[in-house]
Design a protein around this ligand. Structure first.
Ligand SMILES: Nc1ncnc2c1ncn2[C@@H]1O[C@H](COP(=O)(O)OP(=O)(O)OP(=O)(O)O)[C@@H](O)[C@H]1O
Ligand SMILES: [Mg+2]
Length: 216
């Protein structure tokens, strides 16, 4: 037993070192993007705006298209930057964050979000907690936008092996994901990024459950 516990401790320690290195690298890429491409695009866009003002509402059509492309690129870079932002989980912790979202859902959208935990969030690495925070946020956003449900449950089994997070609603459900958006795709990629996986079970008029399994 002692030997086994030792190995687990070492693994966690190594994992922590990897997570820290990943966070530092992400922060570096974010800085590069922000100071480089994003600021140059912003500069080009403001010059363009000046030109368009001068053209008095009759700009060259080709140039208007270039302007739109530049604006779209800046939007994408900004979204990318938001993705790279390291600290998704604030000082209130993951559970605090989800609790806050639950309050918001009740107050703003009249959707009751019931929370339950087994174990505590410190059983996960900081990177895992961040992934959980993002997946839960996107799953809740989908509940609000697509399900029509007024109730939703978030179960966080931190103590399970692998850990398991479930977000379920009692809404209209959906047949197949199609190619509607990036939400589910992003959740899958995040799950895979920590060596875990995402599963979605949805039944028409019965509701949807998103399962996030941690690494085995
Ligand atoms: N909880 C849910 N209830 C009903 N339908 C859902 C639910 N979650 C997802 N869907 C369906 O699956 C589709 C894909 O979801 P996904 O999050 O990938 O994209 P999106 O929410 O449409 O757009 P995005 O997340 O990129 O802003 C949705 O458009 C919706 O039809
Ligand atoms: Mg979505």
């Amino acid at each position: 037993m002692g030997g086994g516990a030792m190995t687990v401790g070492e693994d966690t320690f190594a994992q922590q070192a990897v997570d820290d290195a990943v966070s530092r690298e992400r922060a570096r890429i974010a800085r590069e993007l922000h100071d480089g491409v994003a600021s140059e695009l912003a500069g080009a866009i403001s010059l363009f705006k000046l030109y368009l003002e001068k053209a008095n509402g009759h700009p060259d059509e080709g140039l208007s298209e270039v302007f739109e492309i530049l604006q779209r690129s800046l939007k994408h870079v900004r979204e990318e930057l938001a993705e790279l932002r390291p600290a998704e989980v604030g000082p209130g912790g993951l559970v605090g964050e989800v609790r806050q979202q639950a309050e918001e859902f009740a107050r703003l959208y009249r959707i009751r979000v019931e929370l339950s935990n087994i174990g505590t969030e410190d059983m996960l690495t900081p990177h895992q907690r961040e992934v959980v925070a993002r997946v839960v946020r996107e799953a809740l956003t989908n509940v609000r936008r697509h399900s029509g449900s007024t109730i939703c449950r978030v179960k966080m089994a931190f103590a399970a092996r692998p850990f398991l997070i479930e977000v379920s609603d009692e809404g209209r459900g959906f047949a197949s994901e199609g190619s509607a958006g990036y939400g589910l795709m992003g959740m899958r990629e995040r799950a895979a990024g920590i060596g875990g996986r995402l599963e979605v079970v949805s039944t028409a008029n019965r509701g949807t459950t998103v399962f996030l399994f941690g690494p085995n």
